[in-house]
Structure formats: C-alpha cells, structure tokens
Write a protein that binds this ligand. Structure first.
Ligand code: SF4
Ligand code: FES
Length: 296
C-alpha cells in the first residue's frame, strides 16, 4: 500500500518538470553554439570551393604589343585566368582569353590540329605549336610569347616574310626533265625512295626550327633548317634526275647554306612534326662533298 498522498505526488511531478525546462541563459548558449557551427561549416565549404577553383584555373601571362595604337607601344605581359577543361591546349586557353576578356588579343591559328603550322609560339621558353601543346603538361603561370628572332607585328603574330623567302630560295617544288610515256601515267617512286624522303615531307612551314636556330639568329641570310630540309626532300627524290639534283646541291652549298649549320640540334628538338632536321642537313653536307669530289 502506498504511503504517498495524491497531493504529495502532484507536488513532486511539478518539481521534476520545472527542473527539465532550460533556462534563458542555456537557450542563448545553445543558439550561439549552433550559429558558430553553421558559420564554421559555411567557411569550410567556401575554402574547399576556392581551392577547387584555384586548381581548375589556368594562369596565362601573354605578351602584348601593338605598334599601331598610341599608348600600347610598350611591350607588356597581360595575365588571364582561364577555367581549365580536360584536354585544353594553349590555343584553347588563348581563344578563351580573347573571346572572354580582350577581343584585341591577336594570334594566328587555323586548323587546330597541327596541320596548318600557323600557331607556332614561344611557350614557357620553347618553340611550340599552341594547338598541340597540352596545358596539363606545362608549369604555371604559362608564359606565351611570339617566336623569337622575328619581328613582332602584333601580340603573338610575327612577320614570316623572311622565312618564306628562304623557303622559296630552294625552289620547294618537284621538277623533272624525264616524263613518263603515257599522258596519264603516274611518275612512280620506289617504296625505298619514298621511305627515305618520308619524314622530310611532313614540314608544315611553322618556322619553329628557324626561330630556335642560333645560326639563323646571327646570319640573316642563312637558309635555315626548314629550307634545307625542303631541299633534301627534293634532292633525294630519285624521280627528279641528276641534272636537277646538281642544281639543288649548288643552292644548298652556297655560303649561307648547309655549311653554316653547327649541328646544335635545336631545330630537331623543337620541330612539332619530329623531322630529323639535323640528320638531313648532315646528309646533304655529305652529298655536297661527294658531288665536289666527282669534279676533281
Ligand atoms: S621543319 Fe619542322 S619546325 Fe621547321 S618549319 Fe617544318 S615543321 Fe616547322
Ligand atoms: S592551328 Fe594549325 S597547326 Fe596549330
């Protein structure tokens, strides 16, 4: 039998209930803790987002020069931040910068697949095709400059007139005095001969090799690696015949021809089509010696 009276029980329950109700001070402390936790997680989220954004942003420092606009004649570097996307090339980043930040940014490009040779530039200190150079393989910030040893027309565009003149000087086209009998007959080349000249035919006239060559930088009349490679391409083609080969050897043997090459390999290192330029130049030197011995 219970010794508690109904009145005693109610009093006791009321006392317990009062003890569970938090005081005003407790509520404020709890609210403060909750807000601090929220603020902490908001900051953490912001920092994580910023770190991710930093990681995904490419910093380009691009050479700028405009000789025609007053006030822009002093060369300078402009910085552009470009959102990184997988597979992005230097050309993609330049196009983004031009389309998003500054439509006056000037550079050449066309095929975007290492075929036309129009976007050779000086990227992080080396001659490269912008469309063939992956951003992911470069250290940042990425420095983009026009090809050295050529006059800058505007920003990343250089004057290639001299380079084209040197190419023209070696008569870079097929010539022959011996034609096949039938009108529609092809001028066939043996497999072995095709193999021999194969690499030399890959030139896309980008001028990267000429820009990298110390000899060309010091001797404006030097034919240069690309032109000599072009001469090789035809001098070694068996279909041209001996007379024309003789004429070609005379062109490359001139004072500013093959003998100027000091076998530094810089052209071979930068050629985006992997043409063994130095090897071809050396082979033409041997041909020239053989040709001269013939007349002794
Ligand atoms: S030889 Fe190579 S580097 Fe030189 S112009 Fe041709 S493709 Fe460019
Ligand atoms: S855009 Fe044609 S070679 Fe790069």
């Amino acid at each position: 039998m219970s010794t508690q009276t109904p009145t005693q029980t109610e009093e006791s329950n009321e006392t317990d209930a009062e003890a569970e109700v938090p005081s005003k001070g407790d509520e404020r402390r709890e609210e403060k803790r909750r807000r601090a936790a929220e603020e902490r997680s908001r900051r953490q989220a912001e920092e994580a987002e910023k770190a991710a954004a930093d990681e995904e942003t490419v910093e380009l420092k691009v050479f700028r020069y405009d000789p025609e606009v007053e006030g822009k004649q002093e060369p300078r570097f402009d910085t552009f931040h470009v959102p990184f996307t997988k597979g992005m090339t230097v050309l993609d980043a330049l196009m983004y910068s031009r389309d998003t930040y500054d439509s006056s940014l000037t550079f050449r490009h066309s095929c975007r697949q290492a075929v036309c040779g129009s976007d050779a530039m000086f990227v992080n200190g080396g001659q490269k095709l912008a469309c063939k150079t992956q951003i992911s393989e470069l250290e940042q910030p990425i420095r983009v400059e026009p090809l050295p040893h050529a006059e800058v027309r505007k920003d990343l565009v250089v004057d290639l007139e001299h380079f084209y003149d040197q190419m023209e000087a070696v008569e870079p086209y097929f010539q022959t005095n011996e034609y096949p009998d039938g009108e529609l007959e092809e001028q066939r080349q043996t497999r072995e001969n095709r193999e021999k000249v194969k690499m030399s035919t890959r030139c896309i006239w980008c001028s990267a090799c000429m820009s990298s060559c110390n000899i060309a930088a010091g001797d404006n009349e030097y034919l240069g690696p690309a032109a000599i490679n072009k001469a090789y391409r035809f001098a070694m083609d068996e279909r041209e015949g001996e007379d024309i080969k003789q004429k070609r050897l005379e062109i490359i043997e001139q004072e500013h021809g093959v003998w100027r090459c000091q076998t530094q390999f810089s052209c071979t290192e930068v050629c985006p089509k992997d043409i063994p330029l130095t090897e071809h130049i050396q082979e033409l030197k041997r041909e020239a010696v053989k040709n001269n011995l013939k007349f002794w």
